[in-house]
Design a protein. Structure first.
Length: 399
């Protein structure tokens, strides 16, 4: 009998999402009765605002929402996204330059598919969100990591990017505020990177999904606002998940020049067609309705941010840059490595995270998921009491 043909080599090389893996393990332990506190998932603990839920309920009463709709998104939602893009990113686009996607992840995937060719190098500032290198590989590109440590507030410089650029470089990933670090580039830093990309004809894929979660008077300046001429070679990806506590609704979008949007729309027409119409109506309500509850959630994140930064800083061997956006803190914990804790001497943050889960019953994501070892990501998008209790467990473990 002839042996079965092999599975796809490309897909077989794709790693499981590290953040979802840690979160799943934490939930499994919780289900088994262990009092695990998880900082793993980048998911607001709040309920979706009621007026958004009401809009979805109303959409269920309209039979038009039970039918196929344009693959690129409901026209009224694309108009609302164009208006948000002008308001928050300073870029005026036509609704035809918008594609509504099944969450921000699909927007990221399609953005790379639209502009990456086999063998292209994609500059990927590190620490990075765990999905980016896999999405680049799926587009037959090569991710080139450019690392910036805690001493740089995890922000890369033009000099670093230029040192990594080769004749194969065609794309730059730009994220501000950042997942996993929460870092926010200053307007001058954004402008410098944008001018550099413009000068070298490099596409920019800018993930702006955290742009409305900013603190201490900071502003997440869009790269196309800082350098308007860059709009012809930039794709913006965004969504309602983080700002409006709508992670499970799966509505994101991509915005870009007409030719890039056209090829991505062709892909989506075969990949998934239209996003769930009820979820699209809910997203429309989120973008066009009152922003009061979104602001209240942002204020709660800010309060939690200040608590977790100050409490982590009390641990000897931990350095905590102050995150000005998103809902993550990314401490440098190299000072904890190579030391004995509860009879164990971890030498990597993979080992350290396992120690923390076993000894303190706290789930964190090791830096290896986002780049080099030596760091941990903690999401502070969880309840105030659990957040404080989890850090106090760490303080006791590393006392």
């Amino acid at each position: 009998m002839t042996e079965r043909a092999p599975l796809s080599r490309k897909l077989s090389n794709i790693a499981e999402s590290a953040t979802l893996k840690v979160d799943a393990k934490a939930k499994s332990l919780q289900a088994a009765g262990r009092p695990v506190i998880s900082y793993a998932a980048g998911e607001p603990d709040f309920a979706t605002p009621q007026f958004i839920v009401d809009a979805a309920a109303e959409a269920l009463r309209d039979p038009a929402n039970f039918r196929y709709t344009p693959a690129g998104g409901l026209p009224v939602l694309r108009e609302a996204i164009a208006a948000k893009t002008l308001r928050d990113s300073g870029l005026e686009v036509a609704p035809s330059q918008v594609i509504v996607t099944n969450g921000g992840k699909q927007a990221v995937y399609q953005a790379f598919q639209a502009v990456v060719n086999p063998g292209d190098e994609v500059l990927l500032p590190a620490p990075y969100w765990t999905t980016y290198p896999e999405a680049i590989a799926l587009a037959d590109g090569t991710p080139v990591e450019v690392f910036a440590g805690a001493d740089q507030d995890y922000k890369v410089t033009v000099e670093q990017l230029e040192a990594a650029r080769t004749e194969k470089t065609t794309v730059l990933v730009f994220v501000s505020p950042s997942n996993p670090t929460g870092s926010v580039y200053t307007p001058d830093e954004v402008a410098a990177i944008g001018q550099w990309a413009l000068e070298h004809g490099i596409w920019v894929i800018s993930d702006e999904i955290y742009q409305n979660l900013i603190y201490e008077g900071a502003r997440a300046v869009s790269i196309v606002e800082a350098v308007p001429e860059l709009a012809g070679q930039t794709i913006l990806v965004n969504g309602v998940a983080k700002t409006y506590a709508m992670t499970g609704w799966r509505v994101g979008w991509m915005v870009g020049p007409a030719d890039a949007i056209k090829v991505a729309a062709n892909l989506q027409s075969h990949l998934s067609s239209n996003v769930n119409n009820v979820a699209q109506r809910a997203a429309l309500a989120a973008l066009t309705g009152p922003q009061t509850e979104a602001e209240q959630m942002r204020e709660a994140f800010d309060r939690r941010r200040r608590v977790i930064v100050s409490e982590l800083a009390k641990i000897d061997g931990v350095t905590v840059p102050n995150p000005l956006g998103a809902f993550y803190v990314y401490p440098d914990v190299r000072g904890l490595l190579g030391r004995e804790w509860a009879g164990v001497t971890p030498t990597t943050t993979l080992e350290l995270a396992d120690l923390i889960l076993e000894q303190a019953e706290v789930a964190v994501v090791p830096g290896e998921a986002f780049g080099p070892s030596g760091y941990l990501r903690l999401s502070y998008a969880l309840g105030d009491d659990a957040l404080l209790e989890g850090v106090q467990r760490l303080q006791r473990l590393f006392a």
